[in-house]
Design a protein around this ligand. Structure first.
Ligand code: C5P
Length: 241
């Protein structure tokens, strides 16, 4: 695992913004990247786009000098996760997500070995609150689950965690300084929450210890996506100083 401090020391505020390219097809995703232009340098390809043929965008974006986050949230038997991770690494991605289950995290770390691609574990989806977790598992709430999964990820050599800003400070205390913390559920003040239940503004997320912010609809559905991205970058820069 490369130390987080080395990773972040040279990072500009713009490099901390990851725009979620949640588009229905590759053409629309390409148009979004064009409209955002220099406004963003890091893009997330999630399941919607991946299943619409969007994986081919990963090497395309990488060769255009952009960073790529493959948000595929892998979770399967270890053999499959390890081999799928090794395939994902060949696409030139910088980050790949897996669900934070020990078998899955162990296999992904093995599959990414030597590739330079970082494994991020998704602790609890930001659309989940305590009631959703109780409904699913009947026992622990969000904070306990996130803490336990963060401890396990650290022990297994995972590079970073995906968690909401509401848990970011607790996660940072739990795992110390060496893991990257990536925070979705970001909503600039006044933006609609949509299906996200644990939201924070860009500044709140940075101040709670997030390293990278994932922003989807507030940028991609803005009338001027580039200006919306710029506004998030300005807020990140303000929170960092
Ligand atoms: O549009 P919005 O800003 O809500 O998009 C958030 C993005 O982050 C989506 O692509 C979603 O899949 C992703 N994500 C999330 N919560 C997680 C992990 C990823 O919302 N825990």
């Amino acid at each position: 695992m490369q130390p987080r401090v080395d990773e972040l020391s040279a990072l500009k505020p713009r490099e901390r913004l990851i725009v979620a390219l949640d588009a229905p097809d590759v053409g629309e995703a390409r148009r979004l990247v064009e409209r955002i232009g220099e406004g963003a340098v890091f893009y997330k390809i999630g399941m919607e786009l991946a299943y619409a043929g969007g994986l081919k965008l990963a090497p395309e974006l990488a060769s255009a000098g952009k960073q790529v986050f493959l948000d595929l949230k892998l979770h399967d038997i270890p053999n499959t996760v390890e081999r799928a991770t090794a395939q994902a690494a060949k696409l030139g991605a910088r980050f790949l997500t897996v669900h934070a289950y020990p078998q899955t995290m162990r296999a992904a770390v093995a599959g990414a070995k030597g590739s330079g691609m970082r494994i991020l574990a998704v602790t609890v989806l930001t659309s989940y609150d305590d009631a959703d977790l109780f409904e699913a598992c009947g026992r622990f709430g969000v904070v306990e689950t996130v803490r336990r999964r963060a401890e396990q990820a650290l022990a297994l050599g995972v590079d970073g965690l995906v968690a909401s800003a509401a848990e970011a400070a607790m996660v940072r205390r739990t795992v110390g300084d060496d893991m990257l913390l990536v925070t979705p559920g970001i909503r600039p003040a006044g933006a609609p929450a949509g299906d996200q239940k644990r939201v924070a503004t860009p500044a709140e997320a940075i101040l709670s210890g997030a390293d990278y912010l994932v922003v989807g609809r507030p940028v991609t559905q803005a009338s001027d996506p580039r200006a919306a991205a710029e506004a998030v970058v300005t807020e990140i820069a303000g929170a960092l100083t």
